[in-house]
Write a protein that binds this ligand. Structure first.
Ligand code: PLP
Length: 401
């Protein structure tokens, strides 16, 4: 039976083998393992690609979030950490690291519900929290300091609305771009719009290394300088430090591999879009499935706050399966050799780690519902049309169409 994985990193390696092997060999020859020349080269290339002043390589996407927040605390408050009265608004429908970074930076996460048509934080609900929160009126006992929009599955958040709110309430915007390398909001690359952007190069990401690594993007000179201090123990001078720092450098070897893979990022994102187009065409009209918002579905969403732009890079192609059939479909496809994944089965506000440590904006009913419905289908950029159609055929078979 043909097995179809979510991703096939072996296949991708074979496709880029010459470039990757040459990059690794170069490192073996120069032996500059800590902050070697590849780190700066990657930072410069990605800064140019995104259209930002600074990119700072770090050891993971999680550290990119934590370092962004820590540097913001230093810049905005003159303190090493935020404190519990500092609130940061984000989505509960994301990977744990987004919320966890807020706790690690000392602040309180405020979970605001998503727009179910995009799975991203709903700007109208952010506005609602800001206008209805009675504590805001006294500003002082509680201080809402920022927003972390997460471009989930590679789909851009509505950055116009988010920036408008941020400007009105004087909030920073930290874009969580872990899943959306190369994606755009209108004419701008994600990660170039907010105060900072946090990228992950986890192996399964659109641009993924051979281990953990990440990057922060920013146009802010002070934040970039602080970031470079914090990632190497907290000082400009490693042996005489100013801040509570980390060992969170981007590894030279990862940077070299990422440089080799970076050459392919636009091609691979385009391949993902082509696979998504096949899914969109083949699966549309099946009763019981909701497809990701796309060109052909935009019209029906005119009344919502969501806005579709062709920036989606389909880190995941995620459908909603209604009527409680999601888990049954997952098992059905597994029996046919087709892998699928649930991103994410538990919203952050239901996790023990956030219990008593977060605030919520009223009901989070959309997030509570989508965790029961979502199913991500295989979207390996090198997956061929026949394989995509094979997946489609079994899904149609399940629904009897
Ligand atoms: C939305 C989101 N934020 C943050 C992270 C954390 O990135 P990393 O695994 O590189 O620490 C991830 C990836 O796993 C993610 O998907």
């Amino acid at each position: 039976m043909k097995q179809i994985p979510m991703l096939d990193l072996q296949l991708e390696y074979q496709y880029m083998k010459e470039d990757i092997d040459a990059a690794i060999k170069e490192c073996l020859e120069h032996q500059k393992w800590i902050l070697g020349p590849e780190v700066e080269e990657l930072e410069n290339k990605i800064a140019e690609y995104l259209g930002v002043k600074h990119c700072v390589g770090v050891s993971s996407g999680t550290e990119a979030l934590v370092l962004s927040l820590r540097t913001l605390a230093i810049k905005l408050k003159g303190l090493e950490y935020f404190d519990k009265t500092d609130e940061i608004i984000t989505t509960p429908f994301t990977f744990t690291a987004t919320g966890d970074a807020i706790l690690r930076a000392g602040a309180t996460p405020v979970f605001v519900d998503i727009d179910p048509t995009t799975y991203n934080i709903d700007p109208m609900k952010i506005k609602q929290y800001l206008t209805q929160n009675p504590k805001l009126k006294t500003r002082g006992s509680t201080n809402i300091v920022g927003i972390i929009p997460v471009h989930l599955y590679g789909q851009p958040c509505n950055m116009d609305e988010i920036l408008k709110i941020a400007q009105e309430y004087n909030l920073f915007v930290l874009e969580d771009v872990a899943q959306a390398f190369g994606s755009m909001w209108k004419e701008k690359k994600l990660g170039s719009i907010g105060t900072t952007g946090a990228f992950s190069f986890f192996p399964s990401k659109n641009l993924g290394g051979f281990g953990d690594s990440g990057m922060v993007s920013t146009n802010d000179d002070t934040l970039a300088e602080l970031m470079r201090m914090l990632l190497k123990h907290g000082g400009k001078d490693k042996y005489n430090v100013d801040h509570i720092g980390y060992n969170a450098r981007l590894d030279t070897l990862q940077a070299a591999i990422l440089l080799a893979k970076f050459k392919y990022i636009d091609e691979f994102n385009e391949r993902r879009r082509k696979i998504a187009e096949i899914y969109n065409q083949e699966l549309s009209g099946i009763d019981g499935i909701v497809l990701p918002i796309n060109h052909s579905t935009t019209q029906s969403f005119n009344n919502s706050t969501s806005e579709y732009h062709h920036g989606h890079v389909y880190h995941q192609y995620t459908i909603r399966v209604n009527s409680g059939q999601r888990d049954e479909l997952l098992k059905y496809l597994k029996d046919k050799g087709i892998s699928t994944m649930i991103y994410y089965p538990v919203p952050l506000h239901k996790m023990k780690v956030f219990d008593g440590r977060c605030a919520v904006n009223g009901s989070l009913k959309e997030s509570d519902q989508v965790v029961k419905d979502v199913l991500s289908l295989p979207i390996e950029p090198l997956q061929n049309e026949k394989e995509t159609k094979h997946i489609v055929d079994w899904i149609k078979n399940y629904f009897g169409t």
